[in-house]
Design a protein around this ligand. Structure first.
Ligand SMILES: [Ca+2]
Ligand SMILES: [Ca+2]
Ligand SMILES: [Ca+2]
Length: 476
């Protein structure tokens, strides 16, 4: 809370239990101070306001002070003193210094501030406290002893208490370069410390599908202090459900704890174990609440932690998308590859030209493929000349000669069997385009191999060795 200096001074006077007249005097004294920066008032920390002892005159070049033990950690930004003027030249300077092992001020200055000598009250008993803002605040840590050191450009005096009622320190003087403790005496003084503010902020984490993920909740100080700041915290269900372990229905492990911001740092973290799952659900929330911190005051005390769901129900959109390319690629190759080989090679030779065999086509033994033999076939086999290299030998009376469609062979029909009633077509190759001279009426003996399976009229069709008889003469 920001308060204006006169009001604060009046408040201090009230704490002293001063008379109404004294309050008026203080207000007048403050009013003559030149305008200066108004600091945020710290919290009253150390206080010793008895003035029964009175004071001692301190000349320029001399020092007076009071050691004290900080009760709060933070920035000491104001000192109140029962100081009165014995001159009006220059400033009164107040410093905060470290102390040595004997509790005497060192030369290390942690913070300082000044007020004009002319602004100080004149001698009285008791003397109204004057607030001296420290334009350079001193970082202090609770439990550590420091010293207030005061010196001026004019003679001044600080009232105090001889009974030594302040246990955390004592008055000290330095008249000629050496600090001397004034045992049993304490100055009238007050110190004010602004504490750091500890706040907790929101955090979020992606849920995950199994195990735990750390939901990090940040805590921050508005300025670093010289001691660790700790605060207890608790977790509470929001839409997320806490439990002792990640079992079904548990979204986070609910275990409170203590968060720490290290000395001279401004950040710390709370890690909440979030439970991964595969449930399709909204994001889930929980609340983190800080308790009273040490070495700081509480600012924003609670925040929301969010576990971001990362599971989605199957929807129509992705299904359609993946189907489209699949169909496209399937359609094209299937008809192309399948139809071409199936239709062409198989049907053509079977239907059209079974009896026509090219001369250079390798002989094929069809015995194995041959279906059940007919009586005619059995008779034809009786003409077989198995002594030759060829499979079959046959002979008969030529009753027909024609050239094959491809011009590469003659198709010679012979009559055989009892009375010449059976017909057989013999395919005679025409080598080099020259066909043998075979005429109707010739007697033909042929060595060859069987063909024309399934076609009785072309049973014996190929010959690679022939003999032609015409009118009793061997023509070939
Ligand atoms: Ca998940
Ligand atoms: Ca969940
Ligand atoms: Ca989920």
């Amino acid at each position: 809370m920001r308060r204006r200096l006169p009001i604060r001074t009046l408040a201090h006077a009230s704490r002293l239990g001063a008379l109404g007249l004294l309050v008026l005097v203080v207000a007048v004294a403050v009013a003559v101070q030149p305008a200066g920066p108004l600091l945020a008032a710290g919290t009253l920390d150390q206080s010793q306001t008895n003035q029964a002892f009175g004071g001692t005159a301190i000349a320029p070049g001399q020092f007076e002070g009071q050691s004290f033990t900080a009760g709060l950690t933070g920035l000491l930004d104001q000192v109140n003193l029962a100081v009165f003027q014995q001159g009006t030249i220059g400033d009164l300077t107040v410093q905060i210094r470290t102390v040595d092992g004997g509790g005497l001020p060192t030369t290390t200055v942690l913070g300082s501030g000044t007020v004009p000598m002319a602004s100080l009250p004149t001698p009285a008993l008791p003397v109204a406290l004057t607030s001296v803002p420290l334009t350079t605040p001193a970082a202090v840590v609770a439990g550590t002893q420091y010293a207030i050191v005061v010196f001026g450009d004019s003679v001044f005096d600080i009232n105090g208490e001889i009974s030594g009622t302040y246990p955390g320190g004592q008055a000290v003087v330095n008249f000629s370069g050496t600090w001397i403790p004034v045992f049993g005496v304490d100055l009238a003084f007050q110190t004010f410390v602004t504490q750091a503010v500890l706040s907790v902020g929101p955090g979020q984490v992606t849920e995950g599908d199994a195990g735990t993920t750390s939901l990090v909740i940040p805590v921050t100080l508005n300025f670093a202090v010289g001691a660790a700041v700790t605060a207890p915290y608790t977790l509470a269900n929001g839409t997320a459900t806490g439990g002792p372990a990640c079992t079904g229905g548990v979204d986070f492990i609910n275990a409170g704890g203590t968060v720490t911001v290290a000395a001279n740092s401004t950040t710390g973290t709370i890690s909440v174990p979030g439970c991964g799952d595969l449930d399709v659900e909204p994001d889930e929330t929980l609340t983190v609440t800080l308790g009273a911190p040490t070495n700081a005051v509480l600012g924003t005390g609670s925040a929301t932690g969010t576990i971001l769901n990362d599971d989605a129900a199957p929807t129509a959109t992705p299904t359609l998308t993946s189907t489209t390319p699949t169909l496209t690629s399937t359609a094209s190759p299937t008809p192309t590859g399948t139809l071409v080989p199936t239709a062409t090679p198989t049907l053509t030779p079977t239907a059209t030209s079974t009896p026509v065999i090219a001369a250079n086509q390798p002989p094929e033994d069809n015995q194995d493929k041959k279906p059940k033999k007919t009586e005619e076939q059995i008779r034809n086999e009786q003409h077989t000349n198995t002594g030759n290299r060829d499979d079959v030998h046959t002979e008969g009376h030529v009753v027909g000669v024609e050239r094959a469609a491809d011009g590469q062979s003659l198709l010679v029909t012979i009559a055989l069997g009892p009375g010449g009633s059976e017909r057989l077509v013999v395919q005679v190759p025409c080598l080099g385009g020259s066909c043998p001279d075979i005429q109707v009426g010739d007697e033909l003996e042929a060595d060859g191999y069987q063909n024309g399976v399934g076609d009785p009229n072309a049973y014996f069709v190929a010959a690679d060795g022939i003999t032609i008889w015409r009118n009793g003469h061997k023509m070939r």
